[in-house]
Ligand binder design. Structure first.
Ligand SMILES: [Zn+2]
Length: 118
C-alpha cells in the first residue's frame, strides 16, 4: 500500500503556516511533524476527512523524513514507539502510561482510517 503524499515545498509550508495561524488547537505556530513533533517536516499526507469531520480531501498529516520512512514501509510498531516517546516528553510525568498508549492508538487509527491510499 502506498499513501498519497506531496513534498512540503515553500508554497505548501506557507499555506500550512496560514492555516496554523487561524487554528488554536495547534501547539506550535510553525509546522511540525504530526507524528513525532520534529521541526522539519518534509512531506504532507492526504486525508479523505478533515479533523472537523467534514468529508473532503485535504492535505493533513505532516511528516519528517524519519516518520515518512516508517509510514511508507508500514512500520507501525516502530511508529507507535516513536509517537509514545514524543508524548512522554510533552506530558506531565505523572500521566498514566495507559492514557498515553490510548492517545497514540487513537492518533494512528485516525491516520489508517482517513489517509488516502494510492
Ligand atoms: Zn516525525
Amino acid at each position: 500500500v502506498s499513501y498519497l503524499k506531496k513534498p512540503l515545498d515553500s508554497a505548501a509550508l506557507d499555506t500550512l503556516r496560514i492555516n496554523l495561524s487561524v487554528r488554536s488547537d495547534k501547539i506550535a505556530s510553525d509546522p511540525v511533524c504530526d507524528f513525532c513533533g520534529n521541526h522539519t517536516p518534509v512531506v504532507v499526507y492526504a486525508s479523505s476527512r478533515m479533523s472537523t469531520g467534514a468529508i473532503r480531501q485535504c492535505w493533513r498529516w505532516t511528516a519528517c523524513g524519519m516518520c515518512e520512512a516508517l509510514v511508507d514501509t508500514d512500520k507501525w510498531t516502530a511508529m507507535h514507539r516513536r509517537v509514545t516517546a514524543r508524548l512522554r516528553k510533552m506530558l506531565p510525568p505523572h500521566m498514566p502510561k495507559a492514557m498515553i498508549e490510548l492517545a497514540v492508538s487513537v492518533t494512528l487509527e485516525d491516520f489508517h482510517k482517513n489517509v488516502v491510499r494510492e
